[in-house]
Write a protein that binds this ligand. Structure first.
Ligand code: HEM
Length: 206
């Protein structure tokens, strides 16, 4: 079991589970459009979980050391890749929704969905591409770090703004997601602040 939750096995496992879940909700639903929408929601939530785990892994390992945080830290690249796959399926289902029922699709989107969503997808694509050896070597470590850090904050913002909007307009249950995302960013910023402080101290000593 442990080996299934590691490296590429983890990505393959997540992909198989997600495709299985989406196919079963689409085919078990009487209405194809509603089935596709259910798939969009499933992949949005699986993406949210995997994104948060990958985004917070290093910060969590710094404040809490146990087997789970060590596993998160070791697998963060593969959790990030699993997030990319999940969001790829989210994107495919969005296109299917737009083609199957354009009127309902337009009623469920607005200009900010396009601006933030497409910007998010551009970063996801670039981050996925540079997760592989060749492209990451080509851009170099400094640009790689800048791209992945900026992309992480952009994707966090897309999730946060969408969840906040839904918390205010759709259901108060979304406040739970808003709270999780706020905790994740607080941990990230705290960890970054600590790292900068440590770097300044080391520079002062040497
Ligand atoms: C990084 C980019 C994106 C992220 C992080 C994201 C995230 C999400 C989330 C969290 C949900 C809510 C699921 C729920 O109800 O709990 C959602 C639903 C949805 N997203 Fe995305 N999304 C992105 C890009 C896009 C784009 C580019 C479009 C279309 C232009 C889009 C269209 C939709 C639609 C139509 C729904 C509602 C499905 C329904 O309930 O019928 N999303 N997305």
């Amino acid at each position: 079991m442990k080996v299934l939750l590691q490296r590429w096995n983890l990505v393959v496992l997540m992909t198989v589970i997600l495709i299985g879940l989406c196919v079963s909700v689409i085919y078990s639903n009487q209405d194809l459009v509603e089935g596709v929408r259910a798939g969009i929601r499933i992949t949005a939530r699986s993406s949210l979980i995997m994104f948060c785990l990958a985004f917070v892994a290093s910060a969590l390992q710094a404040v809490l050391k146990n087997n789970f945080t060590a596993w998160l830290q070791q697998q963060r690249r593969f959790l990030g890749l699993s997030f990319g796959v999940s969001h790829l399926i989210h994107g495919i289902l969005i296109i299917a929704f737009a083609r199957l029922d354009p009127i309902l699709f337009h009623a469920n989107t607005n200009l900010s969905t396009y601006i933030f969503g497409i910007t998010g997808y551009v970063f996801i694509f670039l981050m996925l591409l540079t997760s592989f050896h060749g492209p990451s070597q080509w851009i170099g470590p400094a640009k790689w770090k800048a791209l992945h850090r900026t992309g992480g904050y952009v994707i966090w913002f897309v999730f946060f703004s969408g969840s906040l909007k839904r918390a205010l307009t759709v259901s108060s249950a979304y406040w739970g997601i808003v709270a999780v995302l706020a905790t994740v960013i607080a941990l990230r910023l705290y960890y970054r602040h600590k790292k900068i402080e440590k770097f300044k101290t080391l520079k002062f000593i040497y």
